[in-house]
Design a protein around this ligand. Structure first.
Ligand code: SDX
Length: 426
């Protein structure tokens, strides 16, 4: 017998009625905190499609209108006008920095941008061909061993210090995993370079010669970092918050976020898009790929398409597509994969299957083409996503603690196993 709970939204508070919480923008929320204690019944929402896990003032996404705001500022404006460290400051502290605040913040990041020499020793324990994401999970988690014992997460200043440390060290951690892969010596940051330029220097510079930073590529790098910085309560950010709720130290929490981001349904999609475009190989094979993506008996999906929240377009995808075209034009290179990607988008978006399911290119669809044009190996794509998303993860970690950690996150379940039974007498 199927039972249904009916509820109507009223203005008065009476026993058994659940209050409605109103946000600044976007959907309101029914507060079901007391529902189980009051009614002895749980809410069931395994993919969190209808569940707000927290209150946050950092990022806002309107999936129907294709809107993404960081602390109220549209992503398109930030990607075009701001530096990545300016956006990091905005995400962490809620307002854009004054020039003086920016100078002090940049100095604090620069102060922490190198890795302890013993941390670099960890890389030797990995196989040369270890995936950079495997290395980053290990190395970031290992930072706990360097900072855990003198890290009081109840001290707001120490929390901010840890957050800045993580943002500062990520470029060297990511670049070092690439250097180790190719047998190149680890490269150290240059304090005179901007954040994006420094990462390019540590990736592609050689100790035997000065690395010439190309402003177009440095700006593209900053834009890529800004576009990937934060995105509400996505899977990896929710992983960070869940780990944080137990009081785990920030290095362990961010390592958990990196692990979660690696999945091909999440941050691993940009690497998967390139593999998919390579597998398609030419425009003439697109119809076959689309047929496979629609075939329920085929696990093949159009990587870089679809999104849990964006049901119109991903504003980041449009910015990244424009930047990819600019960088390819600047480098004077043409990439047949860009042609395949644009034709694939065009054909898919006129196909009823994709229209009906509101499947549009997401941020990962074009990012791989841009990163490939900038000479990054495919295996570094998700590592770059993790580097950029560290600013969002630490900002959300700070917000959870600043709001007064509401206690450990511990979801319930709907039990569908065996009822109580006795061990058989033998
Ligand atoms: C990111 O959450 C975030 O904010 C994430 C992110 C961030 O910044 O943190 O934006 C970054 O992770 C972007 C997403 C990158 N992932 C991919 O590009 C992988 C391919 N996309 C899919 O795996 C999928 O679209 C998801 C995971 C992104 C979203 O999946 P949902 O919301 O759970 O949707 P679903 O799987 O329930 O799909 C709904 C329907 C299904 O068909 P029906 O059962 O209704 O017939 O759409 C189909 C799916 O089969 N579908 C696809 C498809 N994505 C969904 N069919 C073909 N190709 C696809 N890519």
């Amino acid at each position: 017998m199927t039972r249904y709970v009916t509820a109507s939204i009223t203005k008065k508070k009476t026993e058994g009625v659940l209050p409605v919480m109103e946000g600044t923008m976007g959907p309101d929320a029914v507060d079901i905190t007391s529902m189980y204690s009051q009614q002895g019944i749980l809410a069931f929402d395994p993919g969190f499609r209808s569940t707000a896990s927290c209150q946050s003032a950092i990022t806002f996404v309107d999936g129907e209108k294709g809107i993404l705001l960081y602390r109220g500022y549209p992503i398109e404006q930030l990607a075009e006008k701001a530096s990545y460290l300016e956006v990091v400051y905005l995400l962490m502290f809620g307002e854009l920095p004054t020039q003086e605040e920016m100078d002090i913040f940049r100095q604090r990041v620069t102060h922490f941008n190198m890795l302890h020499e013993q941390v670099l020793d960890f890389y030797k324990g990995f196989r040369r061909d270890a995936h950079p994401m495997a290395v980053m999970v290990g190395v970031v988690g290992a930072l706990s061993a360097f900072y855990h014992d003198h890290m009081d997460i109840n001290d707001p200043e120490q929390r901010i210090n840890a957050a800045i440390r993580l943002v500062a060290k990520m470029p060297m951690i990511a670049a070092s995993s690439y250097n180790y892969n190719i047998g190149a010596p680890h490269r150290y940051p240059r304090n005179a370079l901007g954040y994006g330029a420094n990462f390019l220097h540590m990736m592609f510079g050689m100790p035997s010669e000065d690395y010439v930073v190309e402003p177009v590529l440095a700006r593209a790098m900053e834009s890529i970092f800004i576009l990937h910085a934060d995105h509400e309560q996505n899977a990896s950010t929710s992983t960070v918050r869940l780990a944080a709720s137990s009081g785990a130290n920030p290095f362990a929490c961010i390592a958990a976020g990196i692990a979660s981001l690696w999945g091909p349904a999440h941050g691993g999609a940009n690497e998967a898009v390139l593999s998919m475009l390579g597998e398609i190989g030419s425009v003439k094979n697109i119809p076959k790929a689309i047929a496979r993506a629609k075939d329920k008996n085929d696990s093949f999906r159009l990587m870089g398409f679809g999104h849990r929240v964006y049901k119109n377009f991903d504003p980041r995808s449009r910015v990244i597509q424009k930047t990819a075209r600019e960088v390819l034009d600047y480098l004077g290179t043409d990439d047949p994969m860009l042609e395949i990607a644009m034709r694939l988008e065009e054909i898919a978006l006129s196909d009823e299957y994709f229209i009906e399911r509101k499947l549009y290119p997401n941020v990962d669809f074009y990012s791989g083409i841009l990163l490939k044009a900038m000479k990054f190996p495919t295996t570094m794509f998700t590592a770059i996503f993790a580097l950029a998303r560290t600013s969002g993860w630490v900002s959300q970690w700070l917000e959870l603690h600043n709001q007064g950690n509401h206690g450990i996150d511990r979801p319930r379940q709907l039990y569908v196993g065996k009822p109580t039974r006795d061990y058989p007498n033998k």
